[in-house]
Write a protein that binds this ligand. Structure first.
Ligand code: GAP
Length: 471
């Protein structure tokens, strides 16, 4: 993991947020190549979930939402982790995740799995800590102005369900997909970007007819599992983990986990959320007048419970075929863009041997990223900085960059330039040499095999397109 963290910093993938001021815990900045990689991950998700399908539409909801949303969703009362304090060193830990927790003053023999005994300090009883970040809307700071940074993008989809049904021609079953930032005041952010306080989610809520939900759940677990494999994650580093303990909204949940260098970790959770959220928002809307009368107080308000009314409310769906009104069930594949990016980075990292200019074999660091995810698709390299090579190379570079992220590099020896591209996962290096000027051919050098081939310059674009596999 240390090697990956160091490469990502050295080559401009990921930096610590506010590093200049000593950093801030749980927040990360993506550098020039990291931004491209993460964008490619999100684009691949969007393409698979929205563009390639006829039954899913997109949405981009605001991060700030009405506070009643979070009361109705259950987050105000239930979105918390058990936290314990160490009286000896004053550090805080997650009571259900004491793996690696060590007291700052009285470390025990060896950190590791094993719970409180391994902490070494004097621990309090666990108490619950709500993970939502609070802020205030506008210049007033009384309770009526209190609001939250969203801890999941999903609620933006649920509260827009009726808007989407009314404004688009969607019919059940259909999905609404969204990519966006979420915030959680995690007690122990750790494992690089894996658990952060600010992160990006790629979530889709798939609305279906009650009774068809179990089948759709299985289908989505399978579809999402395949997506990671199609983009190159090694199958033996992926596993499915059905949950025994379920979240308050879920009837069934299965996680897709990846074997990171620090152990197995969740990439995505697929949940059967039943009709829980839409029902809760029907309740929330009814409770609104009481909430306003109480001055925006979010505690202790009874949520109206009129079963018969649910099926008539704003968030129900009129089924033309059945001539019936009901609340749809929801299957939710919820992925993390940062976690997926980290998994692709870890999976792609490799070291092998490559000959230097004198034929001596040196260690080569290479990111074997899927060409679709690679931040830079090709590098155009003039062999010499003279004899017309740069002009010819620059013309090709300018042409290719109309379609893809491509780099031009004329500094250093050719081997060193190859190595630089290998480290950021560029699948193809195209070299312009004296032969190019006479017969119009270039050398294409493959990142993974390091093999070289001469092809006509006019075929470079289609060669690259075949490699990336997208129009
Ligand atoms: N809407 C359901 C939901 O939010 P979740 O399992 O809590 O479910 C979904 O989150 C995904 O979001 C996770 O699988 C993970 O990829 C990502 N995620 C959650 N918390 C995160 C954190 N603190 N840092 C980075 N990614 C996180």
């Amino acid at each position: 993991m240390e090697k990956i963290v160091s490469l990502t910093k050295r080559r401009g993938f990921i930096f610590q947020s506010s590093e200049l001021y000593g950093g801030i815990n749980g927040a990360w900045d993506y550098g020039p190549v990291g931004t491209l990689l993460k964008r490619n991950v999100k684009d691949a998700w969007w393409r698979a979930m929205v563009q390639d399908r006829e039954d899913i539409v997109g949405l981009e909801a605001a991060i700030l939402m009405h506070p009643m949303v979070w009361k109705a969703s259950g987050h105000v009362d239930g979105f918390s982790d058990p936290m314990i304090d160490c009286r000896t060193c004053k550090k805080r830990f997650r009571a259900d995740d004491l793996d690696g927790a060590i007291c700052g003053q009285k470390p025990s023999k060896k950190p590791g799995k094993g719970g409180q005994d391994f902490c070494g300090g004097d621990l309090t009883e666990p108490r619950s800590f709500n993970l939502m970040f609070e802020t205030a809307l506008g210049p007033l700071s009384d309770t009526s102005a209190k609001c939250f940074l969203r801890p999941e993008t999903a609620q933006g989809i649920f509260v827009n369900f009726a808007n989407v049904v009314q404004s688009s021609r969607v019919k059940l079953p259909f999905g609404i997909a969204q990519i966006g930032k979420s915030f959680r005041n995690e007690i122990n952010p750790r494992n690089f970007t894996f658990r952060s306080r600010e992160f990006e989610q790629m979530e889709m809520e798939f609305f279906c007819v009650p009774g068809t939900d179990d089948a759709w759940f299985e289908k989505w677990v399978q579809t999402r599992w395949e997506w990671y494999g199609q983009l190159g994650l090694k199958k033996d580093r992926l596993r499915l983990r059905p949950h025994e303990k379920l979240a308050h909204y879920s009837k069934a949940t299965t996680d897709i986990e990846y074997l990171f260098p620090f152990g197995w970790g969740e990439l995505e959770g697929i949940a059967n959320r039943t009709d829980f959220d839409l029902r809760q928002h029907q309740r929330g809307v009814r409770t609104l007048p009481a909430w306003q009368k109480e001055g925006g107080e979010l505690t202790g308000l009874p949520l109206a419970d009129e079963e018969a009314e649910y099926h008539k409310g704003k968030l129900s769906y009129f089924d033309d075929e059945k001539k019936q009104r009901y609340i749809p069930y929801v299957i939710e594949p919820a992925a993390g863009a940062d976690r997926a990016t980290l998994a692709f980075l870890c999976d792609a990292y490799d070291e092998d041997g490559a000959p230097d200019a004198n034929g001596k074999v040196e260690t080569r660091v290479v990111l074997r990223l899927h060409p679709r995810l690679a931040p830079v698709k090709a590098a155009v390299l003039p062999l010499l900085r003279k004899d017309g090579h740069p002009e010819r190379a620059e013309a090709l570079y300018k042409d290719l960059r109309k379609r893809w992220m491509v780099e031009y590099d004329e500094s250093a020896a050719i081997g060193k330039r190859y190595r630089r591209q290998d480290e950021i996962g560029t699948p193809l290096c195209i070299t312009i040499d004296h032969q190019t000027l006479t017969d119009g051919t270039v050398t294409v050098r493959a990142r993974d095999s390091m093999t070289q081939q001469r092809i006509p310059e006019s075929q470079v674009a289609s060669y690259l397109q075949d490699l990336i596999g997208l129009p």
